[in-house]
Design a protein. Sequence first.
Lengths: 581, 189
Amino acid sequence: MTLAILQATNRARDAETPSALLKLPGGSTLIGDLAGRFRSAGVNRIVAITRPEWVDAIGAAVGDGVEVRGSASLATDIEAYAELFGESDGDTLISEADVVCHHGAISGLLLDPKITSGTLASRAKRYAGLNRITIQRGRVIHARSAYHTSPRTNSHALGMIKVGADDREAAIEACRIVSDPAFADSPSLQAELDATSHRRLNTFARSNQGLMLQRELAERRHDLEWLPDRDTIEAELDGALEEAVVRPREEDERDPAALVLVGLVRSGTLVKPAYLRSFQLHRCRTQDEAERAGTALARADEDAIALSNAVKATDGFFTTFFVSPYSRFIARWTAKRGMTPNQVTWISLALGALAALAFWRATLEWRIVGAVLLQAAFTFDCVDGQLARYTRQFSRLGAWLDSVFDRGKEYLVFAGLAAGYERLNPGSDIWLLAMAAIGFQTFRHLVDFSYAAQQHEELDELDYLPMVEAHPLNAYVADDESDDDDPDAAPEAVEEIVVTPRASLMSSIARSVIKLSRQAADLPGGVWLKRIITLPIGERFFLISITAAIWGAKVTFISLLVWGAFAALYVSTGRVVRSLR
Amino acid sequence: MNALIAYLDRSPLGDSIGERAGRLPGLVAVVLAAGAPAAVLIGEDAALIAAAVAWFIATTGAAPQRGRLGWLVPPLLRAAEYGTVLAVFVDSNAGAPWGYAYLGALAYHHYDIVYRLRNLGAAPPRLIQTIVMGAELRTIVILGAVLADADMDIVFMIGTALVAIPTVVESVITWTRADSPNMNDDIDD
């Protein structure tokens, strides 16, 4: 039984009513629309939490399917949350009620089985101003709220979080800590809240409106006639401050989702990001914003976006530019015919096996046939993953089949190439080359896996501060090894990661190398070049096809070994350097 | 089980020795292990015997969870294992296709260890690890076969069957039974 909690406690900026009751083009309210979207994503029970004076209005807007609870302050909000977590026996979603977003954004967070607990996230700059988080190796390791800061962040949390069924205890504990009076009184948290307000005040003071108002106020002292009178200026200033500083502070203080997220992250729970990517999400506080959001959403082709999001964002150059542009349409076609990802995986294997057979025939014509078959096999290999993500069918068996068959195809093709070459050139050492190729490729993968395992161990062993501590700045060292899953993010959207210096020659050399590497990524095409060098699967299959078709098996194996060695050197240097930093 | 230790692919015997005595610095383990392919290339009996001993010490004594570069130790030991097989065929081609098949079986087994740890959270069952002998014993058998001038065709044919059949059968059974979804989507290119 999935539960969704909608927080409808923000006031609209241009009215005294809750922002959740703003109207979309089409007549429904924000909260009504959102509740409908949650329902169609499979949520069984929806609870709206709002201030006592708005309970009736919200109730009218959402109808009978949604329970409405009145709650007077953050403390009672949080108690309600704790109670609801206790009652729920499945996953729980938490969201602000004044959010407008695509259906795919919600189902991405709710239905992705890799995400037991998670948050909608994005690195795109347009979400600046929302709570920032730090994502590393696919996990959220730091989260900010009005009360909590963290040293170096690289993404934004979009305000919708999922608490997994198994992580409810941690969430309830977080609620308990927040509702404890000691929480609000903690000097470190109060200091952080004040610091946030202070930063807002400074931003406002430097803004155009702020500068103008300050100047008018100063000039009023000289009693200049053409300026509005003092009271007017002061009223305007008060109003502007209210909007820029006071109201946001009140809203922040009452942001249970952010606090629950911080609580989950700090208790060591595995929290993963659900990247928004090309889906849209808008938070609306005025009628104008609501209308624009509704129109923008309606105009977007959600199916095209879902298809585009089904393509992995971190693929290699060859895959991204020479396969994914059309493989996604094959994926959609297979979806329409009701095929499963596993069926596509088997097709891919069959094509690969046929390619190996063609290579075994070893004449020029057959090698060309083999090359074409191999490329077709690779295309279908991309399709099965895209189909799985597009239709949201995930299974362990499917992922395992995909990986095992990938290796199987490649190593069968090696065997076919070697056997064919041996037939035409008896007594050659082609099998030795084939053995070197398979051994080296497996070795490279094992290096990758070992490094990843070690990185995950490091993250597992992180120490977290308790929730009543804001977080001293610069206390934690973060690595910049980000998994850039969000293609919307330009490199500069990621904050510079600072490293606590180890005072040694080795580490300063290491840091210079890392800096050089980052600068190389900023060159045009730099990021792609860096990926090509590593000889990922797309480039590898293409290399095999081209060399086998034109020159034959021997050249294939030698090119794989040479490029592979270069790639291994490049990647290992980077990793060793990071490990020694 | 700690992933890096599972990647060492030892038999239960090797694991229990390793648990008690596994403290070799990574560099030493790797250098000792490199003795195996080198000895096959040299071909002298004494070298082969010394390499077998060194190999056993290296694989059982490795401690990959320590040190900043400890993560490199399991892959380098694997490279030495594969390198030993390659070294057998440098001078003679006899049985080379079975040598390739044996490497294929080993590769299947090693990838399987990684995938199960990441997605099923468990290392391969002890029974399998016993049947496939573990890295510390397999290479010693190969060194012994080279010493005894055995027919490498047969040796690797048996080796392939011994590694491939139990591993494939067991993994197919396990994975087709696993019914909830993949948890990690890390690099796999």
